[in-house]
Design a protein around this ligand. Structure first.
Ligand code: SAM
Ligand code: SF4
Length: 328
């Protein structure tokens, strides 16, 4: 492995792959109520095309991939993709981010195919609020069943991603925290990012500083390491808790200096930063018959353009894609 690094000497070893822009939910912080114009099926990379890109990226130094979306599990055959990626020798960590609704159905196949870890988005513990936040008729119970099925399949620890919004679910911060104490849950509180197209409003923002203040009611948080993973969260636990609390602060304290990631959109663009519009098209070159060597050059040239940091706190947001088309 040669090792890939950007022009700021950050090692780049992690690729997030969005396999679809489709989703069975319309979460209020992610999608506009009317949904989004969908990509055509021809525009979406085939699994073979994804494998070709990951293989080239792996030869350059990418060794971790995460499958995401839209909702990845609404695309047929995700276990097959996991199997194809697991066959690439230097890929040593394959994970998935999902809303959990279809997880119980597919988790055994996914595990068998080589999936190592799963993050499940869970923003409320209240069934009615689940339907409001996800703008859907689906049941929270199915997400909870997915989480339990993932644990039972041995995909431990299952990390839960919880986006906190003022006046929506900030009244549940302590309930989630109690789950880390009594049920060993691993909860990651994420600052809500106002994003063009998600239809949400800036006044719904809650900082991690505010969340921590409220959590003080349950005791003193002690710093700890995540059991697995090397993402942007800072981890803590309450005394005696088996579970952990992670904080992800994209707005109040950017973690760009440790960014190790690239993103591949479902329509084949290599996106250099979640919060910057720069993208390099890989799909057309691939469909024009680009060689493995040329593909690697395209990836290297893209990495060289990776920006130093995002400017969300200064009010600068990308405008070319909603969150669900980038992969979160
Ligand atoms: N559908 C899958 C899911 O919900 O886990 C994967 C895609 S989703 C876009 C990936 C992650 O992005 C989720 O954990 C979601 O909570 C997060 N996310 C979406 N919109 C967000 C926003 N405006 N601010 C912060 N996180 C957001
Ligand atoms: Fe769908 Fe995930 Fe976005 Fe919710 S956060 S609308 S589940 S892509």
């Amino acid at each position: 492995m040669t090792g890939l690094s950007d022009s700021f000497q950050r090692p780049i070893n992690y690729l997030r792959i969005s396999v679809t822009d489709r989703c069975n939910l319309r979460c209020i912080y992610c999608m506009p109520p009317e949904g989004i114009p969908l990509m055509s099926h021809q525009d979406i990379l085939t699994y073979e095309e994804i494998r070709t890109i990951v293989k080239a990226a792996a030869e350059l130094g990418i060794n971790k991939v995460r499958i995401t979306g839209g909702e990845p599990l609404v695309r047929v055959g995700v276990p097959k993709l996991v199997e194809m990626l697991a066959e690439i020798e230097t890929i040593d960590d394959i994970s998935l981010t999902t809303n959990g609704l279809l997880l119980a159905r597919y988790v055994a196949e996914l595990k068998q195919a080589g999936l190592r870890r799963v993050n499940v988005s869970l923003d409320t513990l209240k069934p009615e609020k689940f339907q409001v936040m996800s703008r859907s008729r689906y049941n929270l119970a199915d997400v909870l069943a997915g989480i339990e099925a993932a644990k039972a399949a041995g995909l431990n620890p299952v990390k839960l991603n919880t986006v906190i919004m003022a006046g929506v679910n900030d009244d549940e911060i302590l309930d989630f925290a109690r789950k880390t104490i009594h049920d060993g849950w691993h909860v990651r509180f994420i600052e809500f990012m106002p994003f063009p197209g998600n239809g949400a409003i800036t006044s719904q923002f809650v900082s991690v500083g505010e969340m921590r203040k409220r959590l003080g009611q349950l005791g003193e948080l002690q710093p700890c390491k995540s059991a697995v993973g090397n993402g942007p969260a800072n981890y803590f636990r309450f005394p005696g808790a088996n579970g952990t609390i992670g904080f992800i602060t994209p707005v109040t304290e950017h973690f760009c200096f440790q960014c190790n990631r690239l993103r591949l959109t479902a329509d084949g663009k290599l996106r250099l930063c979640l919060l910057s519009e720069d993208e390099i098209d890989l799909k057309q070159p691939l469909r024009n018959g680009v060689s493995n060597g040329q593909l690697k050059q395209l990836i290297e040239a893209a990495v060289a353009k990776k920006p130093l940091r995002h400017h969300l706190a200064e009010g600068q947001m990308p405008n070319n894609r909603p969150f669900c088309q980038i992969g979160g």
